[in-house]
Design a protein around this ligand. Sequence first.
Ligand SMILES: Nc1ncnc2c1ncn2[C@@H]1O[C@H](COP(=O)(O)OP(=O)(O)OP(=O)(O)O)[C@@H](O)[C@H]1O
Ligand SMILES: [Mg+2]
Length: 631
Amino acid sequence: MEILRKLEHFREEESKLKWEGTFAEYLDILRERKEVAQTAHSRVYEMIKSHGVTQENGYTKFLFFENQIYGLEDTIERLVNEYFHPAAKRLDVRKRILLLMGPVSGGKSTIVTLLKRGLEQYSKTEEGAVYAIKGCPMHEDPLHLIPEYLRDDFYEEFGIRIEGSLSPLNTMRLEKEYDGRIEDVLIERIFFSEDKRVGIGTFTPSDPKSQDIADLTGSIDFSTIAEYGSESDPRAYRFDGELNKANRGMMEFQEMLKLDEKFLWHLLSLTQEGNFKAGRFALISADELIVAHTNETEYRAFISNKKNEALHSRIIVMPIPYNLKVSQEEKIYEKMIRESDMAHVHIAPHALRVAAIFSVLTRLKISKKQGIDIVKKMRLYDGENVEGFNSADLEELKTEFPNEGMDGIDPRYVINRISSAIIRKEVDAINALDVLRSLKEGLDQHASISKEDKEEYLNYISIARKEFDEIAKKEVQKAFVYSYEESARTLMDNYLDNVEAFCNKHKLKDPLTGEEMNPDEKLMRSIEEQIGISENAKRAFREEILIRISAYARKGKRFDYKSHERLREAIQKKLFADLKDVVKITTSSTMPDETHLKKINEVVARLIDEYGYNSISANELLRYVGSLLNR
Ligand SMILES: Nc1ncnc2c1ncn2[C@@H]1O[C@H](COP(=O)(O)OP(=O)(O)OP(=O)(O)O)[C@@H](O)[C@H]1O
Ligand SMILES: [Mg+2]
């Protein structure tokens, strides 16, 4: 029942937003809320701002893109500050087509889709409300009804500039349906919706031969010509092209440069003059933000063609490079996996990270700066501290190659390789090594990778692998020495008891049986050997420790294993050595004994509970680290 109730609630909310009234009543709304009459460009900008803006690390962050677009903060900032903001202020950039140019699957479509969804939502809010002439297929701006000769007066009264003239259809309707009485024309609130084709249009180029301009500008409705008598009667025309439908909002041109020239010219006039030609009518005014996208190769081919010069100068190109931050790249993969049919698969910790390391490395250019290798550069870009470099160095690195991020491995490739690794593995769990292996194998099938690139990429895979080895060892170590402090203390107490007995020449008591025993020479030596204390030097060392203890006792201080630098080192090394033995056993053929087994199980449990593994990946990790230590 829950879902039905929600549906009903949703319908109620929607109907609350509806508004319909006469033009005269609409003017009352305008008097109160001027922003209702804003241009499409301004609406997009306001929409973005309405989600919040913060300042972070020296750049402006637009929260609208947060958790959607990762790692492109400076690109987004530039996009808003150099296009949306000035366009909203009616500066000249709004008369240009916004062309997002970047490598494949670098997020261009995602940005556009976000804007579309954002606009749809925004049109349902108070600040984002949009009104239109009722019954108009192009949701024409009501203010177009104000005749040219009254527009200055209107500006004086309302402070709003009107652009564009009343469309042929509404000119006719005004005469025929309203007898010329503008104040009576019905106005309604509209809600942007791509599905319903209101205020949002999309155009995808198809086969150039079959592509029809009618898709953009609408077409004659032959069935009604008989009724209206002529092809030039606007009522015999269907204003249902994408450009018509996108009026007041935004229009997306996918792969714009694949379009036939005649299409592009329509766009030119639309952006430049704010109008376009449809059928046999006078120009039709439209107010829409035009955003297109393309890849670099196509863009280069386009500008190298002299014929395109006029178009070129009417386009604002915004480069959309790949993200260059490893931690952000990981988030991109997480998002893509969440949205895919792999969402149920267990992905071991660090599996996405190693893939991200690999992809980011393929995108980075090798700096000529002294002392900075590609791995250090990668870390700096990701905001890590790298010894010997500071934020000024980072800025310098970023400007060294203006084209950085425009090529390399794309996120979709990575996701495809992860998915094929999953298929191959049969269990629903994959780890970092599976991912690296799959990435490597895929390089052969990747169509656009040259031989030199491939060499380089293989090198990056082995760098990623090395990074993983370090991470894996540390992770296992962490899980093992979880009770490190406690183990260290126990080991030291044990050692000190024995040392005391040894120096004072008495016996120890077995805590269980109460039997007397000699000091455990083997245990003491196993610790002392860690720091290279020879058989001859052992007595001196042990006595020195005892002296230190009594000195502490006299001052009333507690002696613990950290109180003696060398002893501390010995204890730590001994713990790690024991740990290695346990880890190694997980991969050797010898059966682990009971205490080892218990320890291994504890570590597996820890990896699962605290570090996000499952039993498959935890065991895989242990085996792998064991094999690393056995090398
Ligand atoms: N910086 C990024 N932030 C978030 N997601 C990203 C980013 N870059 C790529 N993606 C993800 O990668 C996938 C492909 O992105 P998208 O389709 O937007 O790329 P595109 O630039 O339009 O590519 P194409 O040129 O192939 O059309 C999407 O799932 C998108 O979410
Ligand atoms: Mg795309």
